[in-house]
Write a protein that binds this ligand. Structure first.
Ligand SMILES: [Mg+2]
Length: 276
């Protein structure tokens, strides 16, 4: 049976602090050799994920900006991905990909954030409000990483501002009225279309894998609240620990908690998959 791994990046495949992939690097070719695709499913942008796809020689589809879109390389599936393959969401062609958009556009998200923060009088700053220098200072990213993170298509991340108390609650309520959600991805909150999440995107992409291969077993890995929908829709969902050895809270019953932090936990799950 075909197996597919859907994985979060930050704090799961990549180290929480420095985004390094050195821990998981040796095991990825083994999964590839077994014909088990590793599909990135992250709040990271398309250009950020392309960086890691290239570094890790990953040629599989990937899910960007917290489930906002699915990028499928042309020729990956034996069938054509166009609007007829999926009538629920817009599908378009961008460079070498078919792109299924589940979320809202960046300009829509930005305009609703602007309106909501003016109404609530709250100071919050996202990528679109900050200079590259400020982004580097806040995120600790170097220029290349900061630039890639700023190249946004569907969502905005709130990098600076007060995210506790009533004003932030009011801000979130206004966004909700505009069909937007504001979820924590660990370090920062991300604003995006409320109807899309990692789980919906994984489900949709799984259906394409099923169309190609018949029965497919899906495996999911994550570390944060925004990964719970992903872990809930896969056959086997694994929650790795955050730095300090704690798990993100979840009431989802069918998620296996791994007793190791981030990539160390990822390796344990991968090894168990390889040995089966
Ligand atoms: Mg994460």
């Amino acid at each position: 049976m075909e197996r597919v791994i859907f994985t979060d990046l930050d704090g799961t495949l990549l180290d929480f602090q420095d985004y390094s992939y050195s821990t998981v690097h040796p095991v990825l070719p083994k999964l590839e050799a077994l014909g088990i695709p590793v599909v990135f499913c992250s709040s990271k942008t398309r250009v950020e994920q392309e960086f890691y796809r290239q570094a890790l020689n990953n040629q599989n589809p990937f899910i960007t900006e917290n489930g906002s879109a699915i990028f499928i390389p042309n020729g990956y599936f034996s069938f054509i991905i166009d609007q007829s393959a999926n009538s629920e969401y817009p599908v378009d062609q961008q460079e070498n990909y078919s792109v299924i958009r589940l979320g809202e556009t960046y300009s829509y998200v930005r305009s609703k954030i602007q309106t909501a923060r003016e109404q609530v009088s709250i100071d919050l700053w996202g990528y679109g409000d900050l200079s590259l220098k400020e982004i580097k200072e806040i995120t600790g990213l170097d220029s290349g990483f900061a630039q890639r993170a700023s190249s946004r298509d569907y969502s905005e991340t709130l990098l600076k501002g007060n995210k506790i108390g009533q004003p932030f609650k009011d801000f979130k309520a206004l966004l909700a009225e505009s069909g937007l959600s504001c979820v924590s991805g660990g370090k920062f909150h991300t604003v995006m279309g409320a109807k899309s999440d990692k789980g919906k995107a994984v489900k949709l992409l799984t259906a394409l894998y099923q169309r190609e291969f018949g029965t497919v077993e899906t495996i999911g890995l994550g570390d944060s609240a925004n990964d719970i929908p992903l872990l809930a829709v896969v056959d086997r969902g694994y929650l790795v620990q955050k730095p300090g050895g704690k798990w993100s809270e979840t009431t989802e019953p069918n998620i296996t908690k791994i007793d190791k932090v981030g990539p160390e936990g990822w390796i344990d799950v991968a090894k168990s998959i390889i040995s089966v």
